[in-house]
Design a binder for this molecule. Structure first.
Ligand SMILES: Cc1cc2nc3c(=O)[nH]c(=O)nc-3n(C[C@H](O)[C@H](O)[C@H](O)COP(=O)(O)OP(=O)(O)OC[C@H]3O[C@@H](n4cnc5c(N)ncnc54)[C@H](O)[C@@H]3O)c2cc1C
Length: 511
C-alpha cells in the first residue's frame, strides 16, 4: 500500500486526556511543548482546584439522599444498587462507562478499555442480574514471537517457543518454581516485592514477556510490578488444571455499562447528569456539599451521603479535610496512560484466538472483538475488528497530547501488526484510537496492601468506591464490588447507623 493511500485512511481519535478535573500538570508540561489538544475540559475552575485555590461556591440549590461522583462502571453500579433512593449521578464526560466503555462501527461493538471478566465474579454476576449473558472465551492465549504463532503460551506452548532449548527450559523452570510458591500464605510479603526480584537468574526473554503482559493487565513493567499480582495471574494462566474461565461480549465489559445506562436512563433520566465536572466535595455536620461545573455554570448541591467513584488521584483533590495519611495514600497511587487502537478490516484477517500476545511490539496484545459471538446461531461477521492494547509508561503520556502524536502511535501499531505474520499484511478500512491519560492504576509493590487500605477509609458521610478501592489490580470486578459495598454502606448510614457499623455491615453483606 502506498504512502499516499495510507494518508487517506480514515483515522479517528476519541477519548479524554484528563481523567477528570483538575487536569494533570504533566499533561501541560510535554517535552518540546506541543499544544495539548484536549478541548472541552473546564480549565479555569479546574486550574483553581489543582492549585488548591479557594473559590466562591454558590449556595446549595438542591438536596438529595446520595450523590455519586463518577459514572464509570463503579458509579453506574452504585446508582443501580441505590435506585430506590433519591440519588444523583454526576459524570464529567458526555458518555457513561469510564474505562468500561464500548463503541460501534456499522453496528459492530468493539472495546475501548475493559475486555473480560471471570465467570462468577462481580461483573459477571451483575451482568446476569441485568439480563446480560457474558459468553465464555474458551481460548488459551497464544503468543507471536519471531514470526511464529505459539498456542497456549504458558502450558504446551513452552515447548514450541522459537528460542534455543536453554531459554525454553528457563521458561519451564520459572513456571514450575513460581507455581510452587505458596502465594496465599505470603500475600503481604509478595505484594511488597518487585517481580524483577523473582525473575533474577532466569532468561531475559521471560522478563520481556512480563514487560508486555504486566503493562497490558496492570499498567506496570516487571520492575514496578507487585509480585503478588503477577503470581496470582500466573496461577490462573499457567496452573493446572487448564481452565479458561474468562467471559465477555463484543465491546468487552462496556456491554455491562451500556445495559446499566439503558436501565437507569429509562427509569431515572433526571438523576443522571453527564457532562458535569465535580470540583469540590465538602463534608458538613449533617450533609455533604458537592460543587460542580455544568456548562458555564457553577452549582452546589447537598446530600446525606456521597459515594466518590472517581479515581483517587482526582478524589484527593476534590474532597476537603481528608486526613493527611489518607490524602498521601491517594496521591501515591500511580496511573498509567493507556490508549487502545482498533483496526477495522472489511475482510477476515485474524480469527485464530481471542487474545494474542506480541512481546517486543508497539502493542502488548490484541483481541478479536466479536470472538464470543462469532459462532452464535444467526451471527454474520461483517468486518473483522481487532483491538490493540498499547499501554504507555507515565513518562510517555505526552505522546497522547496531540493528534499527530496519536496518529504516529497508531501508525506504529499498524506497521508492527503487518510485520508479525505474512497474512497480516492487509490494510484496514479505518483506524480508531481511544486515548486516556490516567485510566489504569498501576499494581506496584505495596499499592494493594498499603496504599489502597489507607486510601479507601470512609469519612463520616463519604464512601470511597472505584476499582482503586479494591485491587489487587484494576478490574471491573473491583469496581462493582466497591459499588456494592458503597451502596450497602449508604443504606446503613441513611438508616442512622454509625460509620463503623455501616462499614462492618457493608462488609458482612458482601461476604
Ligand atoms: C485499556 C484497558 C483495558 C482493561 N481491561 C480490563 C479487563 O479486561 N478486565 C477488567 O476487569 N478490567 C479491565 N480494565 C480495568 C477496568 O476497565 C477498570 O477497572 C474499570 O472500568 C474501572 O471502573 P471505575 O468505575 O472504578 O473507574 P473509571 O472507569 O475510572 O470511572 C471513573 C469515572 O469518573 C469520572 N470522573 C473523574 N473525575 C470526575 C469529576 N471531577 N467529576 C465527575 N466525574 C468524574 C470519569 O470520567 C470516569 O467516567 C481495563 C482498563 C483499561 C484502561
Amino acid at each position: 500500500m502506498s504512502q499516499s493511500r495510507r494518508e487517506f485512511l480514515r483515522f479517528i481519535v476519541a477519548g479524554s486526556m484528563a481523567a477528570g478535573c483538575p487536569i494533570d500538570l504533566s499533561l501541560l508540561a510535554a517535552p518540546g511543548g506541543p499544544k495539548p489538544d484536549v478541548e472541552g475540559e473546564q480549565y479555569e475552575i479546574c486550574h483553581q482546584v489543582r492549585d488548591r485555590q479557594v473559590f466562591a461556591r454558590p449556595p446549595v440549590s438542591k438536596r438529595h439522599d446520595v450523590v455519586i461522583v463518577g459514572g464509570g462502571i463503579s458509579g453506574l453500579s452504585a446508582a443501580y444498587f441505590l435506585q430506590s433512593y433519591d440519588f444523583l449521578l454526576l459524570e464529567k464526560e458526555d458518555h457513561w462507562g469510564g474505562n468500561a466503555y464500548l463503541e460501534e462501527y456499522q453496528g459492530q461493538a468493539y472495546g475501548t478499555g475493559s475486555a473480560f471478566d471471570f465467570k462468577g465474579e462481580a461483573g459477571d454476576q451483575l451482568a446476569k442480574e441485568i439480563g446480560l449473558k457474558l459468553l465464555p472465551v474458551n481460548s488459551p492465549d497464544p503468543t507471536i514471537i519471531n514470526g511464529t504463532w505459539v498456542a497456549d503460551t504458558w502450558r504446551a506452548g513452552l515447548d514450541h517457543l522459537p528460542y534455543p532449548l536453554s531459554i525454553r527450559e528457563s521458561f519451564k523452570k520459572f513456571r514450575k518454581e513460581m507455581l510452587a510458591l505458596d502465594v496465599k500464605a505470603h500475600r503481604e510479603q509478595l505484594d511488597n516485592e518487585p517481580l524483577t526480584k523473582y525473575l533474577a537468574g532466569y532468561a531475559p526473554e521471560i522478563k520481556l514477556w512480563w514487560d508486555s503482559f504486566g503493562p497490558s493487565n496492570w499498567g506496570a513493567k516487571a520492575a514496578d510490578t507487585s509480585t503478588l499480582v503477577a503470581l496470582e495471574e500466573l496461577q490462573d494462566w499457567a496452573g493446572e488444571p487448564a481452565e479458561d474461565d474468562r467471559v465477555t461480549l463484543p465491546g468487552g465489559l462496556g456491554a455491562i455499562s451500556r445495559r446499566l445506562v439503558e436501565i437507569l436512563m429509562a427509569k431515572h433520566r433526571e438523576r443522571m447528569l453527564g457532562g458535569v465536572t465535580v470540583v469540590a466535595v465538602e463534608q458538613q455536620k449533617e450533609e455533604v456539599q458537592v460543587t460542580y461545573v455544568h456548562g458555564a455554570e457553577l452549582k452546589t448541591i447537598a446530600a446525606k451521603a456521597v459515594i466518590m467513584a472517581s479515581p483517587k488521584f482526582i478524589t484527593a483533590r476534590l474532597v476537603a479535610d481528608l486526613p493527611d495519611e489518607q490524602r498521601e495514600a491517594m496521591e501515591a497511587i500511580r496511573y498509567a496512560p493507556y490508549p487502545v487502537i482498533n483496526l477495522i478490516f472489511d475482510k477476515q484477517v485474524y480469527n485464530r484466538a481471542y487474545d494474542t500476545w506480541c512481546p517486543g511490539s508497539s502493542f502488548t496484545d490484541f483481541v478479536v472483538a466479536d470472538w464470543t459471538v462469532r459462532n452464535q446461531p444467526g451471527y454474520r461477521a461483517k468486518n473483522n475488528i481487532l483491538t490493540f492494547y498499547t499501554p504507555l509508561a507515565p513518562s510517555e503520556r505526552y505522546k497522547l497530547l496531540t493528534i499527530e502524536g496519536c496518529r504516529q502511535m497508531a501508525a506504529n501499531v499498524l506497521r508492527d501488526f503487518q510485520r508479525l505474520l505474512p497474512e497480516f499484511n492487509v490494510e484496514p478500512i479505518e483506524v480508531h484510537m481511544y486515548r486516556r491519560g490516567h485510566p489504569m492504576f498501576m499494581a506496584m509493590p505495596g499499592t494493594y496492601t498499603k496504599l489502597i487500605p489507607a486510601a479507601r477509609q470512609p469519612m463520616e458521610r463519604i464512601f470511597f468506591a472505584n476499582t482503586d478501592s479494591e485491587g489487587p489490580e484494576s478490574l471491573t470486578d473491583g469496581a462493582v464490588t466497591a459499588a456494592r459495598r458503597g451502596a450497602e454502606w449508604v443504606k446503613q448510614r441513611l438508616a442512622g447507623h454509625s460509620t463503623r457499623q455501616a462499614d462492618t455491615e457493608a462488609m458482612q453483606a458482601l461476604a
